[in-house]
Design a protein around this ligand. Structure first.
Ligand code: PHE
Length: 343
């Protein structure tokens, strides 16, 4: 009898029809006076007492399932399309085979969120700006002299020359917009997508993401910059992280530096990722050039500030040990699924 019940349950599951006649036929065959369920109920009377409990339960299940199936089929056939909900349905049960698999957050979003969270603990807010920009916000106000070769540092995608429309090459443009729109103190980070005309390889792409930061107030010093970046490095890469600053050049900062963090893979001893140096280069930074402050309507005699900027792809590569930057843009789910648990 047990097998027979399972057999009928399977028949119920596989049966499907939208024709009212066929559904009625199915109902009669299952639940009618001479239907299989009624027939099994009769047979149940003769079952050995020790099997009564188990088979009785199974039989009740069978009857409930047959009844439910009939009402489901009727609901669909009647055109509502939706399944009618019976009182005994468990509404919290996951849908059978219908749920879309849940996605995971992209590693770039995860790292951007983490960077924003670290700086928000220092009182920074997030500022936003357009990807399509003009020369003034991307270069002019940032102390890039007209026709100066410094503009070649960032291979720009121009949309139009006159009037100039271009894709931003760094999110420093957001810092310009922030300064033009308000009054100090400023303490913002500027995450966003940037564009440079570079050949695509495992370590470069023509589209990538940056987070830049800006802090302007009275009495902001290089020591503040160093301490802020040290805090960031420790939060991002672990408590034992060390940083070092190497002199560099950017038109919009003076002095400028390149910041390295101690390699968190080898602990500073030297490995292939840090090319044996024990250090990883992660961002540019410096004191905001007074010309930039003046250009943005801020009194450079009264205020000073620092700025920094990093590539999110690079930070994510170091954090997750990703060897090829192109993976971030290919949407290969085998790659993306690995970040499920990182949320
Ligand atoms: N804007 C620079 C770049 O994109 C990074 C940077 C930001 C450097 C702020 C110094 C200060 O390369």
């Amino acid at each position: 009898m047990r097998n027979r019940i399972d057999e009928i349950l399977a028949q119920i599951e596989t049966f499907s029809s939208r024709a009212a006649g066929e559904i009625e036929e199915f109902r009669v065959r299952m639940l009618g006076k001479k239907g299989v369920v009624t027939e099994m109920m009769e047979e149940f009377k003769t079952v050995a007492p020790e099997l009564k409990r188990e088979l009785g339960q199974k039989l009740n299940e069978l009857k409930a399932r047959a009844t439910q199936k009939v009402s489901e089929l009727k609901a669909v056939a009647e055109g509502g399309g939706g399944v009618k909900i019976a009182a005994e349905d468990d509404m919290t049960r996951p849908g059978a085979g219908t749920a879309e698999p849940a996605g995971s957050r992209h590693p770039i979003s995860l790292v951007r969120g983490e960077i924003a969270a670290i700086f928000s603990r220092l009182g920074y807010t997030v500022a936003d700006g357009p990807e399509i920009e003009d020369d003034r916000h991307v270069f002019g106000a940032l102390n890039f002299p007209a026709e100066h070769p410094a503009r070649d540092m960032q291979d720009t995608f121009f949309i139009e020359k006159d009037p100039d429309v271009l894709l931003r090459t760094h999110t420093s443009s957001i810092q310009v917009r922030t300064m033009l729109a308000g009054r100090p103190p400023f303490r913002v980070i500027c995450p966003g997508r940037v564009f440079r005309n570079e050949a695509i390889s495992y370590r470069a792409h023509c589209i990538f993401h940056q987070v830049e930061g800006l802090y302007v107030d009275e009495g902001v010093s290089f020591a503040d910059l160093k301490q802020t970046l040290l805090y960031f490095a420790r939060e991002m890469f672990g408590e034992d992280s060390k940083i070092r600053l190497r002199p560099s050049y950017f038109p919009f900062t003076e002095p400028s530096a390149e910041m390295d963090v101690s390699c968190n893979l080898c602990g500073g001893g030297g490995c292939p990722v840090c090319k044996g140096t024990g250090w990883l280069e992660i961002m540019g930074c410096g004191m905001v050039d007074p010309n930039v402050l003046d250009e943005c309507g801020i009194d450079s005699k009264k205020y000073t500030g620092f700025a920094f900027g990093m590539g999110i792809e690079r930070i994510a590569m170091l954090k997750y040990g990703v060897g090829d930057l192109r993976l971030y843009f290919e949407n290969d789910v085998r790659f993306l699924r690995q970040f499920d648990s990182a949320i």
